[in-house]
Design a protein around this ligand. Structure first.
Ligand SMILES: NC(=O)c1ccc[n+]([C@@H]2O[C@H](COP(=O)([O-])OP(=O)(O)OC[C@H]3O[C@@H](n4cnc5c(N)ncnc54)[C@H](O)[C@@H]3O)[C@@H](O)[C@H]2O)c1
Length: 378
């Protein structure tokens, strides 16, 4: 039996307290979203209950049980096991891809060719050789893509970015990010995570994206890795604990670290942390704590806690660690960019540049050398 998504029952309109907003249009003018891959993709269906610009219209999964759970959580949802059939639906304006990593590239191309915009979860793709082809298909079809880079859209990370943009921390000099998470449950639920992808993509996509977002284009990476006892138990033949130093073209320094076999220590370290070190301030954003700790030029330390206000939006008072708020933020910021003809981020080119960094990390792990990251030809 497949593992059920925690929100398989229709639990009604969830949002209490505050939420991020990108505007609102009448229901019949909202962009229709069709989701493929209804495990983490189920989270998107539920998240869209809080949306002002999108509505869930279709779902696709090979599993009958996942389709039934999705239809129960999003009443009126049209479901299928055939992705090509979903692509024929005129009410689907945006296809949201939440299938195993190695399927993303082909599904992005099919969706673009069917005239759909795309939200694709992280990692955007786990094979750098497809990058130029996807750029080409994006250009040919004129369709847009939003990387579902959830950490960027989590409230403390949004706050960190907004304060950075206002100059509170000055110019960024270093950024230190990690994503640590014990993954036995994931290997049990989704065996493809052992055989068909690499933790340099699946896990490090969060900290590497954060480092790139702040430092700009990465010139060189130096990576080292080890396989933990937990990884070995599940048959990992590649590292599941990876540490990376990253240097930008203009000499700024970053670090990305991920251990997927550790015993978690949530009171000591958050699963995801992003430590921005600026010329006149420092900021620490965390996940899953809704907490942002920072100091500016006056030296006063602030600890901003959004848990009471925003736990309903991000977790619906269910399971801390769900991504409802982030996914609604991703969909609505993208829909707003489409409707207002403004830029979205990370878009296809930015997401693929991050893929080239992750590819360089794999090559550095394999060679033991410092690796130069190529620039994407656009
Ligand atoms: N923070 C985040 O944004 C976040 C969190 C978790 C997972 N993810 C990403 O979401 C993706 C899926 O992860 P998951 O944990 O849900 O995996 P999963 O194995 O639990 O679910 C994948 C689903 O895709 C379905 N599927 C597979 N092939 C299909 C096909 N050809 N057509 C239709 N459905 C198909 C499977 O039946 C399954 O239900 C991965 O890329 C993962 O990295 C992102």
């Amino acid at each position: 039996m497949s593992v059920r998504h925690p929100d398989y029952l229709p639990t009604g309109k969830p949002t209490v307290g505050a939420s991020r907003k990108w505007g609102s249009v009448p229901e019949d003018q909202r962009l229709g979203v069709g989701v493929v891959g209804l495990h983490e993709g189920h989270t998107m269906l539920v998240a869209l209950r809080s949306s002002g610009l999108c509505r869930a219209v279709a779902g696709c999964d090979l599993s009958e049980e996942k389709r039934a759970d999705a239809a129960a959580s999003a009443p009126g949802l049209w479901v299928t096991d055939d992705f090509d059939e979903l692509l024929t639906r005129p009410d689907v304006a945006i296809v949201a891809i939440y299938t195993p990593d190695k399927l993303h590239a082909g599904q992005i191309e099919s969706a673009f060719r069917a005239g759909k915009h795309v939200i694709c979860t992280k990692p955007l793709v786990n094979d750098a050789s497809v990058a130029e082809r996807l750029i080409e298909v994006g250009r040919e079809t004129g369709k847009r893509l939003q990387v579902g880079q959830s950490t960027r859209f989590y409230e403390p990370f949004l706050q960190q970015r907004e304060m950075y943009a206002r100059g509170v921390f000055g110019k960024v000099e270093c950024y230190d990010a990690h994503y640590h998470h014990r993954m036995d449950w994931y290997y049990e639920k989704s065996p493809w995570t052992v055989t068909d992808t690499h933790w340099a993509y699946l896990g490090l996509s969060h900290p590497v994206d954060l480092v790139r977002w702040y430092l700009g284009e990465i010139a060189h990476v130096q990576a080292m890795g080890t396989t933990t006892a937990l990884g070995e138990k599940y048959g990992m033949t590649r590292p599941d604990a990876i540490a990376v130093n990253l240097m930008s073209h203009d000499g700024k320094l970053g670090r990305a670290f991920g251990n997927y076999g550790l015993s978690e220590l949530p009171q000591g370290r958050a699963l995801i942390e992003g430590l921005l070190m600026g010329e006149c301030g420092t900021s620490l954003a965390r996940y899953p704590e809704l907490r942002h700790t920072w100091v500016g030029p006056d030296g006063v330390e602030h600890d901003d806690d959004y848990d009471h206000t925003l736990a309903g939006y991000h977790y619906r008072h269910e399971l801390k660690g769900m991504h409802y708020g982030e996914f609604c933020n991703i969909a609505d910021s993208f829909a707003s960019a489409i409707l207002n003809k403004t830029d979205n981020s990370p878009d296809l080119a930015e997401g693929l540049q991050t893929v080239l960094v992750m590819d360089a990390i794999v090559r550095s792990l394999e060679s033991g050398q410092t690796v130069t990251v190529p620039r994407l030809r656009r």
